[in-house]
Design a protein around this ligand. Structure first.
Ligand code: FIX
Ligand code: ZN
Length: 426
């Protein structure tokens, strides 16, 4: 099969697998990403936007790892300053031991992507690089190097640091979209309803009709104020649906109707065991297999609603892919948290491409520190390109031909357009 060799017009045939792989790697690297779930914040959110070396090194993933390496008393760690914690983590995980865990490796990729000489192991030199960074221009530099168009924040109206920013009239930054996060409403109603009362919503502990109406009003108020792209909640492994509980009733009577009224998806993030070790604080959460059937029944009950989902347990992934095959109103996204490791990203991406074809969003970063997008996306793009190339190679071996434009189309869908298309904002 002869193939043209002009840039952007290459066609790949049965004998062009090697050249195809090079083109796929290049195109996936060049394709801008919309990062649909992060814990990053636009500059007006102030201290909620974490960036710089000490934040990179004290990422809660690395806190868990340094506590394993040293088995130091928890309070001895927590009484250290942020810089002292970072120095300890650097010394224990990068100097005294080889940093090949994904979270350690990520710090080095991020520093390398910023042009720092990682081989120098010059911690003070790295720290100095960030010392005078101006947040907004630093964001532009990091997003440009990570090839991100924009990210979606995790916006919790119950967060005392975040709420005042919305109340002060913050109206957005094109680099940072909003997602309404409602964990307290579904997982801590006894406290959440009191906050709603403080904010002027006429709610009672029992879900009487007036309370239902007011919770819906709270949701639509937040969605409109944030211009939220979706509503999200993280749920424990024992999440059940349907369920005769406050959570079950709020889902049925408040969240589903509000999501349909506002035309946005409800995203469920299922399988997290919060605070299995409270002494580790944010690093203390665990994972367990959940019941995909709960999501299946939710999608079946509401065919006119859109649902996004990601599960935390590796053991749930195959069943989740099959469930997504059954429900066009369900969109899977990302390799969440403990799954965001090369071996599991590859396994999940292969499974999804083979069972769901192009109709999936293979990754989100979950970045908590700005510069993490540099490594999370670099590492994931490499794996996504590898799996995509393998799938293409199978097609070429069957006599199919593929154009470079089709590769660009596929990459754009996987890294951005599938998300916007599912939102109906494509
Ligand atoms: O619930 C979530 O959004 C989780 O991603 C976080 O709670 C978690 O700490 C995290 O950032 C994992 O990557
Ligand atoms: Zn998250």
């Amino acid at each position: 099969m002869t193939t043209s060799t002009h840039a952007n017009t290459q066609t790949f045939g049965r004998h062009d697998a090697a050249r195809m792989r090079d083109a796929v790697a290049r195109i996936v690297a060049e394709t801008p990403v919309t990062d649909l779930h992060t814990h990053l914040y636009a500059p007006p959110f102030g201290q909620l936007l974490l960036f710089g070396l000490d934040e990179l090194l004290t990422y809660h993933y690395l806190i868990a790892e340094v506590m394993r390496a040293t088995r130091m008393p928890y309070d001895a760690y927590w009484k250290l300053s942020k810089q002292e914690q970072a120095n300890l983590i650097w010394n224990e995980l990068f100097v005294k031991r080889t940093p090949y865990s994904e979270a350690c490796r990520g710090v080095l990729t991020a520093l390398d992507k910023l042009g720092l000489d990682v081989a120098s192991r010059d911690l003070e030199g790295f720290r100095t690089y960030f010392k005078d960074a101006e947040p907004s221009s630093h964001i532009d530099r990091v997003f440009e190097r990570a090839n991100l168009t924009s990210v979606v924040m995790t916006n919790d109206p119950f967060d005392p640091l975040e709420r005042p920013v919305w109340e002060s009239g913050y109206r957005g930054d094109p680099r940072f979209h909003a997602a309404l996060r409602i964990d307290p409403l579904l997982n801590d109603w006894s406290n959440a309803h009191q906050r709603l009362q403080e904010w002027g919503y006429e709610v009672e502990p029992s879900l009487q009709p007036k309370t239902v109406q007011e919770v819906r009003r709270f949701l639509t108020d937040q969605i409109k104020r944030m211009d939220a792209l979706y509503m999200a909640v993280s749920l424990p492994p024992d999440f059940a649906y349907p369920e005769d509980s406050v959570r079950g009733k709020i889902i049925d009577q408040c969240i589903v109707p509000a999501a349909r009224e506002c035309g946005l998806p409800f995203a469920t993030m299922i399988g997290v065991k919060r605070s299995v070790n409270p002494a580790l604080k944010l690093a203390g959460d665990g994972v367990a297999k959940a019941d995909v059937g709960a999501l299946e029944r939710l999608c079946a009950a509401y065919p006119d609603n859109k649902f996004m989902a990601t599960f935390l347990s590796r053991e749930n992934q195959h069943e989740l892919c099959v469930t997504a095959r059954k429900f066009p109103n369900l969109f899977l996204f990302g390799c969440w948290w403990f799954l965001n490791n090369p071996s599991l990203i590859e396994e999940m991406t292969r499974m999804r491409f083979e069972l769901l074809g192009t109709s999936v969003v293979p990754q989100h970063s979950d970045a908590r520190v700005l510069e993490q997008v540099l490594y999370k996306w670099d590492h994931s793009r490499t794996i996504i390109a590898k799996v995509l190339s393998d799938k293409y190679a199978d097609l070429l071996a069957a006599g199919w031909t593929l154009t470079e434009e089709e590769v660009r189309r596929d990459a754009a869908q996987l890294l951005s357009e599938n998300f916007w298309g599912f939102l109906g904002r494509g």
